[in-house]
Design a protein around this ligand. Structure first.
Ligand code: SF4
Length: 468
């Protein structure tokens, strides 16, 4: 049944993609290049979609045209290539998959055929050509880098806490890419501006907003920690005053802000959510207890769980918290305990016909490479992934669990894919380099924060203590 449904979806998608390519006369056409955008206003960079590297937004371009926050001359040149049937090299992520042939489907196809924000816009995109004044249907924005946490896989560009630390202690010397290297960020002109009031990119955003809001389908706010940004509250105020029934709002939060701020957010949520199409809240974690706090430094695990429940308790029975899991090398040993907590919240709140109020999406961390789960020794991976799979299966519909609080088949599938990935082979030179980076980074991480990896992750003692 599921397979047939999947096949139907894939056939539908391929049929639509054929239409996109035929109508545009281009086999490299991708609607995401026009209709999906992420803009980092704190340092004036953008990309479409999220796969290509970010590029700088020239101040001269936004001077007379605030939509150049998205429609930079660089991006328009990539669109031009697509219209001519050429492949922009920044989209390598997709070309690699397409060149594998067989049944492999790239994100170009998934995204271009999305029935909400991409496919319905084909005619508009073709009419606009390179789209100097294009309004995207899906826009993600980071207003500033203010954050109260410094997760181990984050960067000084995105977190003020990280920035403070590297200003004090410098980069992580001895790691291959000098983690936290401010000179490199400076050389790319990507140091975030802290004075949000005088940030020309934020000014341009507000100039663009009246046109943008008329057409935008989905708007997602990321950070830093968005709930610490005055501009997030400004957006919420504007939407509260002028709600649109066909508009979706999404916000990322670490759920670790002061209770008064969270309280204010829940009040806004309750006022806005009934009047727009959807209001999604995303948060992140990938381990349990002290181990989670080690990974996401600044987090208090108990208050994190408390805040999830508090939000679900005080909002409508249709509200959700979407958990984004960036599974990494330090997730392995306590992930089953984290799953247990997820399940317990689902059992408490998923009472309405099995409607899942705490969905999760398991992705694996790719960068920095030495935090990638593939770095873990074979025995460690084997031991913990078996435990994780067993726990999920025991609590899934496969073993006849009730609908109110279970793991869903697609989640079991995500873990199966994670397992395949974590055991995929690596070149021995790469592995050697990552073992070295692992040791150098975590020894320094512990020193800077006065914490102990060895106590919390004894499974990696040999890696941590290895002589060079
Ligand atoms: S071709 Fe791929 S990488 Fe390029 S914009 Fe489309 S989905 Fe993103």
């Amino acid at each position: 049944m599921t397979e047939n449904k999947n096949e139907l979806n894939i056939n539908n998608m391929l049929f639509r993609m054929k239409e996109v390519e035929e109508k545009s006369g281009s086999s490299s056409m991708c609607i995401a290049k026009w209709m999906q955008s992420t803009v980092y206003l704190m340092n004036g960079t953008t990309h479409s979609c999220h796969h290509p590297a970010v590029h700088k937004i020239p101040l001269s371009e936004i001077k007379d045209n605030p939509s150049a926050l998205h429609n930079t001359s660089f991006k328009r040149a990539q669109r031009e290539k697509m219209l001519q049937g050429k492949r922009p090299s920044e989209c390598q992520y997709c070309w690699q998959i397409e060149d594998l042939g067989g049944n492999h489907i790239s994100d170009r196809v998934y995204k271009s055929t999305d029935e909400d924000w991409a496919y319905p816009y084909l005619e508009k995109v073709l009419k606009e050509k390179v789209g100097k004044n294009n309004i995207p249907s899906y826009l993600e924005v980071a207003f500033d880098s203010t954050c109260n946490m410094k997760c181990m896989y984050c960067t000084p560009e995105i977190s003020t806490q990280w920035m403070e630390e590297v200003k004090k202690f410098g980069a992580y010397e001895g790691t291959t890419h000098r983690v936290g290297n401010l000179e490199w960020i400076k050389s790319q002109d990507r140091i975030p501006m802290l004075d949000t009031e005088n940030n020309p990119y934020i000014k341009a955003f507000w100039q663009w907003w009246p046109d943008l809001y008329k057409e935008l389908k989905t708007f997602r706010i990321t950070g830093g920690e968005p709930l610490l940004s005055v501009n997030t509250w400004k957006v919420l105020d504007v939407i509260k005053a002028n709600p649109r029934k066909d508009f979706s709002l999404a916000i990322n939060t670490n759920l670790q802000v002061h209770p008064q701020i969270l309280n204010r957010f829940i009040n806004y949520y309750n006022e806005i959510a009934p009047n727009i199409k959807s209001f999604k809240v995303y948060t992140s974690a990938e381990a349990h207890g002290a181990q989670a706090e080690y990974i996401r430094f600044g987090m208090n695990y108990d208050s994190f769980l408390y805040n999830i429940k508090d939000f679900l308790k005080r909002t409508h029975a249709n509200s959700q918290i979407n958990l984004m899991i960036t599974f990494n090398v330090l997730s392995l040993s306590t992930f089953d305990l984290f799953l247990k907590d997820i399940l317990s919240i689902r059992r408490e709140f998923n009472v309405n016909n099995g409607f899942n109020r705490l969905p999760m999406m398991i992705n694996y961390l790719r960068w920095p490479e030495f935090q990638n789960v593939r770095v873990a020794p074979f025995d460690v991976k084997k031991k913990y992934i078996e435990k994780i799979k067993e726990y999920m299966l025991d609590n899934s519909s496969v073993r006849g669990c009730d609908e109110a609080g279970i793991f869903y088949l697609e989640e079991v599938d995500q873990v199966n894919r994670l397992e395949l990935y974590m055991f995929s082979p690596m070149k021995s030179d790469d592995l050697k380099r990552q073992f070295k980076d692992f040791k150098v980074f975590y020894r320094e991480y512990d020193k800077r924060k006065n914490i102990s990896m060895k106590n919390l992750f004894p499974e990696y003692s040999a890696l941590y203590e290895a002589e060079s």
